[in-house]
Design a protein around this ligand. Structure first.
Ligand SMILES: Nc1ncnc2c1ncn2[C@@H]1O[C@H](COP(=O)(O)OP(=O)(O)O)[C@@H](O)[C@H]1O
Ligand SMILES: N[C@@H](CCOP(=O)(O)O)C(=O)O
Length: 318
């Protein structure tokens, strides 16, 4: 569990009066997540999630919170941010930026079947289309520039085989990002971290996407690749399950058809999505931060996925 900033009910008594939520009744640290400090908050008005942002700044946060508001207003299932009396979605708590959002029903589906993958694919396409007219701009902060900056920081910790793979893949992805096909594929705001643990289900009913704090403007296909690499994979081997891949891709393109350029970019994009999380997990592993409770994710999982995507072509987009 990661709670970087300890917080108790007494600490928020005054702070919470700026929100139309009534009296706070309970506050409980959440036993998962690796980026922020999250708490379930019960008030006289209902159930919420309070997040204290450990790495993102006051300047960066309006992009995420306003994007969630924009999507919620257009029928995409996401937590709704709660504004304070001045209409602000982000305010200071313990000297750090903090926000309150509505709590989604259900729980994460950690052993998804085709029916869950189809629901995720359809909602992801709906989200991409709904975000097209979102007016704020922010790059994907964990995109190509970050990969190039981070690689030299982790390379000294790797053995020869891993270092060779990382250098070669960065080289491949730099070339891929420079090609005309890549430049021609559609883009806009993307979630960029739509793993099983960032979606709620109530049975087979999807109740919401959450954890938008890696969102940014990038290719839609990158978002699809990140999602497929997690939702449709055999966790032990990194091998894709064709039935789940087909369910996710078919449901996605029933809402937003893929382009021919995206078809060409699909295999390199799956590699890019694997590289992104191998790198961030390596970075978190070798440069750990202070936390009250923290379980780092296993980097070798995404090294395995990357090797598998290089070795074996995935099912085509269409
Ligand atoms: N809006 C929400 N509704 C219900 N549960 C939530 C919501 N936001 C977060 N959670 C819970 O908090 C946990 C950690 O949140 P997450 O956003 O993944 O943390 P982090 O940003 O630190 O990685 C989730 O696994 C989920 O159980
Ligand atoms: N999904 C990423 C890490 C981000 O953590 P999250 O709990 O905020 O989704 C990974 O698995 O490496």
């Amino acid at each position: 569990m990661a709670v970087f900033t300890a917080l108790h009910l007494d600490d928020i008594g005054q702070w919470i009066t700026q929100f139309p939520l009534g009296k706070p009744l309970a506050l409980k640290g959440i036993a998962s997540g690796i980026e922020n400090s999250n708490f379930f908050l019960s008030t006289e008005r209902g159930e919420y999630v309070l997040t204290i942002f450990e790495n993102l700044s006051f300047e960066q946060l309006p992009f995420y919170l306003q994007l969630m508001r924009h999507l919620a207003d257009r029928g995409v299932l996401v937590p709704a941010p709660i504004a304070n009396a001045d209409g602000e979605l982000v305010t200071a708590l313990q000297g750090k930026p903090a926000a309150i959002v509505s709590k989604l029903d259900g729980s994460s589906q950690m052993a998804p079947q085709a029916v869950h993958c189809a629901a995720v694919g359809a909602m992801l396409a709906k989200m991409h289309l709904a975000a097209q007219d979102f007016p704020l701009q922010q790059p994907n902060l964990r995109g190509l520039d970050w990969w190039n900056t981070t690689t030299p920081l982790v390379l000294p910790h790797l053995d020869d085989a891993k270092a060779h793979l990382l250098r070669a893949e960065i080289h491949f992805q730099d070339a891929f990002a420079a090609c005309d096909t890549y430049k021609a594929i559609p883009r806009g705001p993307v979630h960029a971290d739509l793993f099983r643990n960032n979606v709620m289900f109530d049975g087979e009913q999807l109740t919401g996407f959450f954890d938008f704090y890696f969102a940014g403007c990038d290719t839609w296909l990158f978002d699809v690749a990140v999602t497929v690499n997690d939702w449709c994979v055999d966790l032990a081997t990194g091998v894709l399950d064709t039935v789940r891949v087909r369910a996710l891709l078919d449901a996605y393109q029933a809402v937003r058809p893929f382009t021919h350029e995206e078809q060409t970019a699909w295999q390199p994009m799956l590699r890019a999505a694997a590289l992104r999380f191998w790198l961030s997990r390596l970075y978190d592993y070798y440069q750990p931060r202070e936390a009250e409770m923290l379980t780092p994710h296993d980097p070798s999982h995404f090294e395995r996925i990357l090797r598998e995507r290089i070795a074996t072509p995935a099912p085509e987009l269409f």
